[in-house]
Design a protein around this ligand. Structure first.
Ligand code: SF4
Length: 524
């Protein structure tokens, strides 16, 4: 019996930008008695189904974007006689879908970390339950990933996680409803252990794959003080201090290491925090800007963001403190007008954004937007290719609409074309070359250009286009650039790297220090 873990994807690029962390964490949760799991990340290469044998256990993680492919993989695995287990946010929200359409024996809802071992044992014994509820695992129970199973040339960025959950409540986002609004912040020591292991393996670029790396704002603490809530002040202050301790420990790692994370714009008010990020070499952050107007921000419950000139100043503050911003914008909000597209491009340039992404408004399951949208049909749900539009992820990609919510002034095609236009403008050769002056040497500037072009190929041309020939061409181009770009991210292995002194001391004080040799047996 063999355990397989599959990250489904229609598109394979040969090389991945960021490691799909869940694959390696679940590998870490797999009891050693079943051997090393066979890991398949289809963003690299498609699965070879002949590797699955009768009696094997196949774990498939799905989200909205890869659900259709995931269901197909599950059916193929079931035909081979394997036990088919689904997990991930999509399976949590729609457990009946894998059962009816994906050949599932089992669906795991919530975090899989603590129940995965039991699921395998029950499959091996021949009597698994139909459903397991993993709930929300406490931060103390987060498992380490099995990085020793990662293909050495697979990814540009490795990823660790320091916190799950986000206290905000944006209407288009499911994180706060699925991962919760209470940040579950992991202790620094196990995170540092993973980081050191990854640097030993030659990964110097690391994503801190958190829902929100800045879970406690100074406003939150001020508010709790004003309310005289001493316990809350103490708790928030502790969480904030742990962030600073973590960043201090990162600063002691080899100087060639670079980190990237996700953060809310409020961090720009907290100069002490930004300066700590700079010292820790957290050089980039994805910031959800979403909209450039006040009305647009209100529409997505994100009025804690600023608009107009205030927005430009706030975004520039990140850059002034050494943090490059990947700004994320949404098009297709009811408040958007024809001029919004050009205004967004201009703002992105004026605010010194290093990268940007422009996504079309999509009601994702688990969000407030999705609930409102589904309700708006009042039971009269139109179908495309025999699938209700409110289950759009099951509509074949070639005929799947790109916009779902009717816009008061623009057609779906117009929004798609204008969105593509902003990608084209932001990632045009002259614009990319201009932005490449954020790095010094010619080699680094060329690398910057390549990465910008790769980003655009992967996320714009393969995602927004309705034309399958263009998607195919973009996929080939992305594969080519990705192969070359991967080598730019690779660093020399450092097999003897030790825990930085601060991290080792903190670990010893908390009784969690383990000899570095035991890092090879992660996941026991
Ligand atoms: S979009 Fe970002 S800030 Fe808003 S709820 Fe989601 S993770 Fe939190």
């Amino acid at each position: 019996m063999r355990v397989h873990l599959v990250n489904p994807s229609d598109m394979s690029f040969g090389v991945g930008v960021i490691t799909p962390r869940w694959l390696y964490v679940l590998a870490g949760c797999t009891p050693r008695q079943y051997g090393d799991p066979h890991i398949v990340d289809e963003t690299l290469e498609q699965i070879d189904i002949s590797e699955i044998q009768s009696g094997d256990v196949v774990g498939i993680g799905i989200h909205t974007g890869n659900a259709l492919r995931g269901l197909a993989v599950g059916r193929m695995a079931r035909e081979r006689g394997a036990w088919v287990v689904y997990g991930g946010i999509h399976a949590t929200l729609f457990p009946e879908e894998p059962r009816k359409l994906g050949g599932a024996h089992v669906v795991v809802k919530g975090d899989g970390d603590n129940v995965w071992g039991q699921v395998i044992a029950d499959c091996v014994a021949g009597n698994p339950l139909e459903e397991y509820d993993g709930g929300r695992v406490e931060a103390t129970d987060f498992h380490k990933a099995r990085w020793d199973l990662m293909p050495t040339k697979g990814y540009m960025w490795a990823s660790v996680q320091t916190v799950r959950g986000c206290p905000k409540h944006c209407s288009f986002c499911s994180v706060w409803r699925t991962d919760g609004q209470k940040p579950r912040q992991r202790a620094n020591f196990p995170v540092m252990e993973e980081i050191v292991e990854l640097r030993r393996l030659g990964y110097r670029f690391l994503a801190l794959a958190d829902d929100n790396f800045y879970p406690v704002t100074i406003t939150d603490i001020a508010l709790a003080e004003k309310q005289g809530n001493e316990a809350r002040v103490a708790e928030l202050t502790r969480l904030r201090q742990e962030r600073f301790d973590f960043m201090e420990q990162l600063a002691e790692l080899p100087k060639d290491m670079v980190f990237f994370t996700q953060i809310t714009m409020e961090a720009a008010e907290d100069i002490e925090f930004l300066d700590a990020m700079r010292k820790a070499r957290i050089k980039g952050a994805l910031v959800g800007v979403e909209a450039v107007t006040e009305a647009g921000l209100k529409a997505v419950f994100k009025d804690f963001n600023l608009a107009g000139d205030g927005l430009v100043t706030r975004l520039k503050t990140f850059r002034e403190h050494g943090v490059h911003v990947l700004g994320s914008f949404i098009f297709g909000l009811p408040t958007d007008r024809e001029e919004t597209f050009q205004a967004t491009f201009e703002l992105a340039s004026k605010a010194d954004l290093t990268f940007a992404q422009f996504v079309m408004m999509t009601p994702f399951p688990g969000t407030v937007d999705f609930q409102r949208w589904e309700k708006s049909f009042d039971g009269q749900i139109p179908e495309v290719a025999g699938v209700p539009i409110t289950r759009y992820w099951r509509i074949p990609a070639e005929v799947r609409p790109k916009m779902f919510t009717p816009h008061p002034t623009m057609s779906a095609d117009e929004i798609r074309e204008r969105t593509q236009g902003v990608w084209d403008q932001f990632y045009s050769w002259p614009e990319v070359w201009k932005r490449s002056n954020c790095v010094k040497s010619l080699k680094a500037r060329l690398a910057f250009v390549l990465i910008s072009k790769l980003y655009r190929q992967m996320y714009a041309n393969t995602g927004i286009s309705t034309d399958s020939a263009r998607r195919e061409k973009a996929n080939k181009m992305a594969r080519l650039i990705a192969r070359y770009t991967r080598s730019l991210f690779r660093a020399k292995e450092m097999p003897t790297l030790q825990m930085p002194p601060l991290a080792a001391r903190a670990g010893a004080e908390h009784g969690s220090l383990v000899p570095s040799s035991s890092l090879v047996s992660l996941g026991d």
